[in-house]
Design a protein around this ligand. Structure first.
Ligand SMILES: [Zn+2]
Ligand SMILES: [Zn+2]
Length: 171
């Protein structure tokens, strides 16, 4: 009897495996074994993403790392397609959202084009928006005394500075 519960028995088990449980009959006994869930490529921590996703995500990250200014998804698409021609707008939107959730990107609301995104790790800075081409550029300087402009009795938590004009290409 014990001998029978060897390799043959487990072969039977495997033949009946449907991914979540396996059943086997042995001399009138019905045996059900619960199998651990199969690792899923998209949800399992530490599992590599599908090759295609990885390549597209990397291309999108590289766009932000190389330009260092706020970008709309359309601009990300245009720049990303030089590395991955098959990149689509839906993929850009999806990945930009994921990268925001992960804290790698942050949203930048500037007048003009819709929502733009930039590297979340950028230190405090401001923006220049070109009124001709609608590109946004980073400005590293911050006026030290700007928060002193608040009326007496007001406490300032944060500030925004946006310069408008035309970029060197549009002047
Ligand atoms: Zn411009
Ligand atoms: Zn500032």
């Amino acid at each position: 009897m014990l001998k029978k519960w060897g390799a043959d028995f487990f072969n039977t088990l495997l033949e009946h495996a449907d991914g979540t449980q396996a059943r086997a009959g042995f001399r009138g006994y019905r045996v059900t074994v619960m199998l651990p869930p199969a690792p899923s490529a998209s949800t399992e921590i530490g599992q590599p993403m599908r090759q295609r996703d990885t390549r597209q995500r990397r291309a999108i990250r590289n766009v932000f790392l190389s330009v260092e200014r706020p970008l709309t998804p359309e601009q990300v698409l245009e720049l990303g397609q030089t590395a991955v021609p098959s990149l689509g707008l839906a993929t850009v939107y999806r990945n930009v959202k994921i990268l925001c959730t992960e804290g790698w990107l942050s949203e930048v609301e500037l007048p003009g084009a819709g929502m733009r995104y930039e590297l979340a790790a950028r230190p405090h800075h401001h923006h220049f928006v070109c009124r001709t081409c609608d590109q946004a550029y980073d400005i590293d300087d911050c006026p030290d005394t700007i928060e002193e402009m608040a009326p007496p009795g007001f406490r300032v938590d944060d500030h925004e500075v946006i310069l408008y004009g035309r970029c060197p290409e549009c002047v």
